[in-house]
Every structure is written in C-alpha cells, then in structure tokens.
Design a protein around this ligand. Structure first.
Ligand code: GFB
Length: 310
C-alpha cells in the first residue's frame, strides 16, 4: 500500500472502523475516505454502487456491520442477518464493479461451529452446527467470507477476511442490554462502585471462556495483512489465550476498584462454552497482539470515564 493510496474505511465511526482510521493515520496514509450513515446508506445497493464507482478507492476495509452482544444477537435476529448481508453484498459486489482490487472483510469468531475443537483453526469453518444465540449473524458473516472467496475465484479480485475474536476498546457500546460482556462489566462495576453497591450481577454461569482482543491490535493486524498483500483467505486475529467470564469480571472489578461480590444471573444465556482462536497463521507471518488484557481493560476504562463516566 502506498501512502498516497485512496483507502475507504466503511464504518469509520464504529469501534473497529475508528481504530482502523487511527492506525492508518499513524502509518502515514493520508488519503482516507469515509462517509457517515447520513451521507451513505450502505443498505442501499444503488447508493453504495454509485459511491464506489465515483470514488474508485484503491483499498477497502469493511468495518461497517450490525453488531452487539449475546442478547442483542438473540433478540434482533432479523436485523442482524438482513443488515449484515446487505452491507457486505453491496460493498463487495460494488467494489468489484468499481474495479477495486484489494479489500479486507471483517468477520467474527462466532462463524465457527459451536462445539469445534479448541483452539479454533481457520479450517474448521463449516464443519458443524453454529451456536444458536448468534446463528443469524454468523450466517451473514460466513456469506461475506464466501462472497470474497467467490469474487476472487470468478473475477480475480484480492479480497481477504480477518476473523477477530471478542473485541473491546475506545468507542465501544456500553448499553447494558445490547453490548458485549466486557463493556457491560466495565459500566456495571463503575456504577456499582459509585452507588456503593455490595454486588455485581454477571449474566449466565460465569464458566464460559472467551478471548479478548484490544481493538487497536485488530486494526494493526488488518493493516499488516493489507500491506503484506494477502489476496485471499481467512486470518484469525486473537491473543491466543482465554479467560472465564468470572475471571474477566474479577479483572474488571480490580481495574475499576469495585470490591463487592459477584452474583450470577442464571436466567441469562451462557452462549458458546468456549471460543479461543488458533492464531498460528498470523504468528507464522510475524504478527502478534501486543496489549495484554489487564492493560487493555485499564485503557478501555479510561475511555469509558472520558466519554460516559462521571
Ligand atoms: O460478549 P457476549 O455478549 O457475547 O457474552 P458472546 C459473552 C459471555 O459473557 C456470555 C456473559 O456467556 C454472557 O452470558 N456475560 C456476563 C455478559 N455478564 C454479561 C453482561 O452484562 N453482558 C453481556 N453481553 N454478557 C457474541 C456474539 O457472543 O460475541 C456475536 O453474539 C459476536 O455474534 C461477539 O460474535 C464477538 O461472546 O457470547
């Protein structure tokens, strides 16, 4: 990628897109193309194709998506499958029509079968049934991977897919009902501390295991892959270790300084029992995550205080 290249980051206001814009800026790329939702509706095929044909970016990162935690995925199943299918189909097909050669599609670790062996290798895709709570989202993201693969085969494009594990960091969603676990626990622990509560409510049993990647590490990995010129395939992006939800809650409590006890709400779903990515493909290429969990949680807490706290 030349520093003068025109790079379109779809979804630049979201957690992943904003991290990509930060990373590209740090790396000296000065021609970054962005559009707000009001300026460009990615659910509209006509508007998206028109925009791409006019702008003809050299590179595209697809960070635009309908995302949320376990409860949002489970409740708004139609929104998750429909919006993600439309956004990725419009952007990938539109990119090809506009002659865009290189594109990075962002997926998610929930595309892999629910009960597949751990750590999860890229090759396990489509080898078994998916987790039910986020099946519509996972199906949409699998379609995105297959779109990239199919356009590469039929049209000779160079579109690859990055598969991040559970992400967190600046610009995360802290809505208690719809967010992911890490931002939810940061907010809950902070508010519990402020109120002087004795308990912190954690959904499910606390036994599921999850891997957490700071979003700036993901952005670094995506830019690394684009700069390396990978033109096809799936790349797991993770840290290579996981923790239980109970351990995560303890880390968050210690960073926030909340000293009460944890209470588990068994009316809420656990989701998939474990989701740890095998990151040897990226390690083999010389890339590794840099920000350890505790440090990342401290950075995320600082961001939460700056934007939502008091
Ligand atoms: O992060 P999370 O919502 O999504 O939940 P998934 C992870 C685990 O944390 C589950 C537990 O076992 C939750 O029950 N948990 C405990 C909580 N307390 C809370 C809380 O206050 N809020 C939330 N949200 N969870 C998502 C998928 O799965 O992961 C998406 O639904 C996507 O499709 C994303 O792939 C990365 O890790 O279960």
């Amino acid at each position: 990628m030349k520093t003068a290249a025109k790079i379109y980051v779809a979804g630049h206001r979201g957690m992943v897109g904003s991290a990509l814009v930060r990373r590209l800026g740090q790396a000296g790329y000065g021609n970054i193309l962005v559009r707000t939702r009001a300026e460009l509706d990615l659910l509209s095929q006509v508007a998206t194709e028109e925009f791409l044909k006019q702008e003809k970016p050299d590179f595209i990162f697809i960070a635009a998506a309908k995302v949320g935690g376990i409860q949002a995925n489970n409740s708004f199943r139609a929104d998750f499958i429909y919006q993600n299918l439309m956004i990725e189909a419009n952007l990938i097909h539109g990119a090809w029509l506009a002659g865009v050669k290189r594109l990075c599609f962002l997926g998610s670790s929930c595309i892999y079968p629910r009960d597949c062996p751990q750590p999860i290798k890229e090759d396990y895709l489509l080898t078994g049934p998916l987790e039910q709570t986020n099946e519509p989202y996972a199906i949409a993201k699998i379609a995105g991977i297959k779109l990239c693969e199919s356009y590469n085969r039929q049209h000779g494009t160079q579109y690859f897919s990055a598969m991040p594990t559970n992400l967190y960091g600046p610009n995360d969603n802290y809505d208690l009902a719809n967010s992911h676990v890490l931002p939810a626990l940061i907010r809950k622990a902070h508010e519990a501390k402020q109120r002087g509560d004795k308990e912190l409510v954690v959904w499910g049993s606390g036994t599921p295991r999850r891997e957490f990647l700071y979003v700036d590490d993901l952005a670094d990995a995506c830019v690394f892959l684009m700069e390396r010129g990978v033109g096809d395939g799936i790349y797991n992006i993770g840290v290579g270790e996981d923790v239980t939800i109970r351990e995560l809650a303890e880390t968050v409590m210690s960073v926030v300084g909340f000293t009460g006890r944890i209470v588990f709400d068994s009316t809420k779903p656990d989701g998939t029992p474990r989701k740890l990515l095998d990151v040897s493909r990226m390690r083999g290429m010389g890339w590794q995550a840099k920000i350890p969990l505790r440090e990342g949680v401290a950075l995320a807490y600082r961001d939460f205080i700056a934007h939502h706290g008091g």
